[in-house]
Design a binder for this molecule. Structure first.
Ligand code: COA
Length: 185
């Protein structure tokens, strides 16, 4: 898609609770997700503001006309490893409108997300995404995450997937298998 450079003075990152999303904001979220995610399976965003599972938290940036231009969703999850449980912020639906890309909005939103996760005593932020986008925000790739597979009919087995991990405390990511109940996000 062709990009038109639009200036945005002092863009502010705003927290958006899913419980506060009304019809108009829901339409804006679905519009941005539909613009940014264009694989066949992303067609779900025409009808709902999440891919597989709903999530409670979002951080967003609005433009000066009140249009949504950047978005990060956050699931609250728990992973299990060595009989221990760790609280996880599951980062999803990271996107920036094509007209506003390349000016650090992802990094800026992630600073706010991480700050909130630390204050709320989460152990790690994790995501399934391109290492080139998230390395500068402190994410490193790990290969020991096992999660449930999701199909239209529900759970159907488990898979191991590469995952990007950002520690939020002094605790290190476990070395052995780490199990994430539920599907990838
Ligand atoms: C991916 C996306 C969110 C990046 O938005 P952006 O506004 O360019 O992000 P930022 O300016 O904050 O850049 C963050 C980092 O990502 C890197 N980056 C952005 N797009 C990239 C690309 N296509 N390939 C490689 N690196 C990329 C930037 O260079 C920057 O790295 P740095 O901090 O080491 O310099 C945006 O292109 C988008 O919405 N794409 C469609 C949806 C999507 O694919 N989401 C990501 C799922 S993993």
């Amino acid at each position: 898609m062709e990009s038109n450079r639009i200036e945005l003075e002092n863009p502010q990152v705003e927290y958006l609770a899913d419980s506060s999303v009304d019809e108009a904001v829901d339409a804006q979220i679905r519009k941005l997700l539909t613009t940014c995610f264009t694989k066949p399976e992303d067609v779900v965003f025409r009808d709902r503001r999440y891919f597989i599972e709903p999530y409670p938290h979002r951080w967003v940036i609005w433009d000066m006309q009140g249009s949504l231009v950047a978005h990060i969703g956050v699931h609250e999850k728990t992973v299990e490893a060595d009989a221990r449980h760790f609280r996880i912020g599951g980062i999803c639906e990271v996107c920036v409108h094509p007209d506003f890309r390349g000016r650090g909005f992802v990094r800026k939103m992630l600073v706010c997300v991480h700050d909130w996760l630390v204050r709320n005593e989460f152990d790690f932020a994790i995501l399934f995404g391109d290492p080139r986008i998230y390395g500068s925000s402190g994410y490193v790739q790990k290969d020991n995450l096992i999660h449930d597979d999701a199909t239209a009919t529900g759970k159907s087995g488990t898979s191991q997937s590469p995952v990007m991990v950002r520690p939020l405390t002094e605790t290190s990511w476990p070395g052995g298998p780490v199990y994430l109940p539920g599907p990838k996000f």
